[in-house]
Design a binder for this molecule. Structure first.
Ligand code: ADP
Length: 320
């Protein structure tokens, strides 16, 4: 029995991560090139767990674009939904590591190729074959990519996919906090599964108390599962019929980049074959425990993609 397909839509880019923290971009002694972009990380997370994943997005027809396409293929992710822009360059992000551990991102957006994906470039056959359609790139809720985004969501939904969303807020908020919130909310009520971090919950609600009432204030009628991830504290889950929380795993965290994507990939790789898991609390808890383990493992190594676990890695941590 072959696995059902997870299609992940959005950005894939290169993060230039400074080799030391607490200094400005201009003062960084050097940069490591880390391929990433949350939706691409999710696709690779699914594939590394033995699942079937495709990434849909646009890259520049340049050295970085072809390098990223190669990384997808090497990791077993279908690149059949990739487009290449002849004019614009592949997206890049320059990261500042602040001394408090916070990351700030400066995106090359002149515009970058990913922002130029148009609806008629979409590989609709691929999108319609998805059983889960995942999205979440705040920079891409602008035209023309916004229309491509909405069309892809609509086509996937019509063909029977579950829609999954992670807002992936990045600092500084662009173009402004208010517009970032509006853009997120403009696609919020179509998603059936949403994962937010505690910081995103606070940003979206304006409420710094992370409790059930704050989480439920984000509920909407199409939603089936709302997840709030809490770093080393694990996660909380909310459905129409039940809610609860699961502790995280204790690990020696060295870099949390990609933890949320690993968590989402693990969850989606399970529910893609059986959407009804969401309605069964005991099965959902098993899946979320597995997702917590995957998120935890991803923090134990530098970078996102190199740190994404296999099933064996996750089971080993769970057994400990
Ligand atoms: P995001 O990366 O989106 O901010 P989180 O940091 O909340 O999301 O991480 C997602 C999941 O990864 C958490 O729910 C948890 O299971 C796991 N995780 C993250 N950080 C740690 C950590 N320091 N120790 C153990 N598990 C972690």
């Amino acid at each position: 029995h072959s696995k059902e397909l997870v299609v992940s839509f959005g950005e894939m880019l290169i993060d230039f991560v400074p080799t030391s923290s607490g200094v400005s971009l201009a003062e960084a002694p050097g940069f490591l090139k880390a391929p990433g972009g949350a939706p691409a990380n999710v696709a690779i997370a699914v594939s590394r767990l033995g699942g079937n994943a495709a990434f849909v997005g646009k890259l520049g027809d340049d050295e970085f674009g072809h390098m990223l396409a190669g990384i997808l293929k090497k990791n077993g992710v279908s690149a059949d939904g990739l487009s290449f822009d002849k004019g614009a360059r592949t997206a890049l992000a320059f990261v500042t590591l602040k001394s408090d551990g916070e990351r700030e991102f400066m995106f090359y957006r002149n515009p970058s190729a990913d922002m130029l994906l148009t609806p008629d470039e979409l590989n609709l056959d691929l999108i319609r074959s998805a059983k889960v359609f995942h999205y979440g790139s705040i920079r891409l809720i602008v035209e023309p990519c916004r229309s491509a985004h909405l069309k892809a969501m609509e086509e996937a939904k019509k063909a029977g996919a579950l829609l999954s969303y992670d807002p992936n807020l990045r600092l500084p908020l662009w173009p402004s906090a208010e517009e970032a919130r509006e853009q997120i909310m403009s696609i919020w009520d179509k998603a059936e599964v949403i994962k937010v971090s505690d910081n995103e919950l606070e940003f979206l609600t304006g409420n710094s108390t992370i409790d059930d009432a704050t989480a439920m204030s984000l509920w909407h009628p199409n939603l089936k599962l709302l997840l709030v991830t809490l770093g080393d504290q694990g996660c909380r889950y909310y459905t129409k019929n039940f809610k609860g929380s699961l502790d995280g795993f204790k690990v020696n965290a060295v870099d949390t980049t990609g933890a949320g994507d690993s968590f989402v990939g693990a969850l989606l790789n399970k529910i893609v074959d059986d959407h009804s898991i969401i309605e069964d609390e005991s099965r959902l808890k098993e899946v979320l425990k597995f997702a917590n383990a995957c998120g935890a493992i991803t923090t134990t190594k530098k970078g996102a993609i190199p740190a994404l676990p296999t099933v064996a890695d996750a089971l080993e941590l769970i057994k400990k």
